[in-house]
Design a protein around this ligand. Structure first.
Ligand SMILES: [Zn+2]
Length: 349
């Protein structure tokens, strides 16, 4: 049987058997729930609720929601979905066959996706909103190197870019989707900082570090959100400069940045919540020979395409004509080159 079938035929008695085997005392009974000890995180208190109607669990001290008993087992035993499934089937004498392995694999991928998202969601909701008054200590000056890199000063102002005279650094505030300040990064310009690998860093003001989990945000969404909702499209790059260059080229830009080279489940959900239908990948060029190109393609397939294709039409900007240098983003060589790359993009559907 598959795991949904197993859940649907699971009786209260079965649930008690499993939870007691995991170390809980016999449950207390409430109107529509059974209340176990919090074996999910190795706790003693009776705060793990099993709801008879939905067959879901809620840990009220630590772990939050579990959509089914297998997720509780996974957490309690720190094991995979497949292992949790096997354990439950064996305990309850349910039919378990290794020929179902293919099915497990699917469920296990499915579930790790959901669990990772739930963990990320809790993390994202606890990101601290910062007081923007700290930005007042910096100057509204726009560094010539960024102007030369095709970012116009009007766009820098729009994104709240500042300059730190003391440390010779470009200040890049990070806002969440609602325009609230959540972090501040600096682009250090002094050679010693760059040489030490500290080119881009979150800054510290009065002993407060202005960092945040950047993979749980999309840089530029506060500025380009209306366009993205209107066109149901998004162009995804890796860094802040990409977004500002794109906005310098297009007033109705739909660009955002990942703040890195990976895509989190949470970022996928943000796009779904905005009603996005088409995702254009505009990642940095990480190859300058056919062998590296092949490897990079595999990485993109694994870390991006497989996550996006179930939900979106995916288009990929891929430098097939050698217009970019290694490490360039597609917007680095100016608007004309970007438009050429864009019109050559690969469309998957
Ligand atoms: Zn718990």
């Amino acid at each position: 049987m598959d795991y949904k079938e197993a859940i649907s035929r699971m009786t209260d008695e079965d649930v008690v058997t499993i939870l007691c085997d995991l170390g809980s005392d016999y449950p207390r009974e409430a109107r529509n729930s059974l209340i176990f000890q919090t074996v999910c995180h190795g706790g003693e208190k009776h705060k793990l609720y099993y709801y008879r109607d939905t067959k879901a669990f809620q840990c009220y001290s630590n772990c939050g929601h579990f959509s089914n008993i297998f997720n509780v087992v996974m957490q309690a035993k720190d094991c995979s979905f497949g292992e949790a499934y096997k354990y439950v089937c064996e305990k309850l004498g349910y039919y378990f066959s290794s020929t179902l392995r293919y099915g497990f694999q699917e469920e296990s991928i499915d579930n790790s996706f959901i669990n990772r998202f739930e963990v990320e969601k809790v993390k994202a909701e606890s990101i601290v909103i910062r007081d923007p008054v700290v930005l007042k200590r910096f100057r509204d000056l726009y560094h010539h190197t960024w102007v030369e890199d095709n970012i116009n000063t009007r766009v820098m102002r729009l994104f709240g870019i500042k300059y730190d005279i003391l440390d010779n650094a470009i200040i890049i505030p990070h806002y969440n989707m609602n325009g609230e300040l959540i972090g501040i990064r600096a682009r250090y310009l002094n050679e010693d900082m760059v040489a030490a690998g500290r080119k881009y860093m979150p800054i510290t003001i009065d002993n407060i570090l202005y960092n945040y989990p950047t993979s749980l945000n999309l840089y530029g969404l506060n500025i380009n959100k209306e366009n993205i909702i209107k066109y149901k499209r998004v162009v995804i790059g890796e860094a802040e400069k990409f977004v500002m260059q794109h906005r310098s080229y297009y007033e109705d830009s739909v660009a955002v940045a990942l703040n890195g080279s990976t895509l989190s489940e949470y970022q996928v959900h943000m796009l779904l919540d905005l009603g996005v239908e088409t995702v254009v990948l505009a990642l940095d060029k990480e190859f300058d020979n056919p062998e590296d190109e092949k490897k990079y393609k595999e990485k993109i397939n694994r870390s991006f395409i497989s996550k996006l294709l179930p939900y979106f039409t995916v288009e990929i900007i891929w430098d097939q004509k050698g217009l970019l240098d290694l490490k360039d983003s597609p917007t680095d060589k100016g608007k004309a080159v970007y438009e050429q790359l864009y019109s050559d993009r690969i469309i998957l559907s």
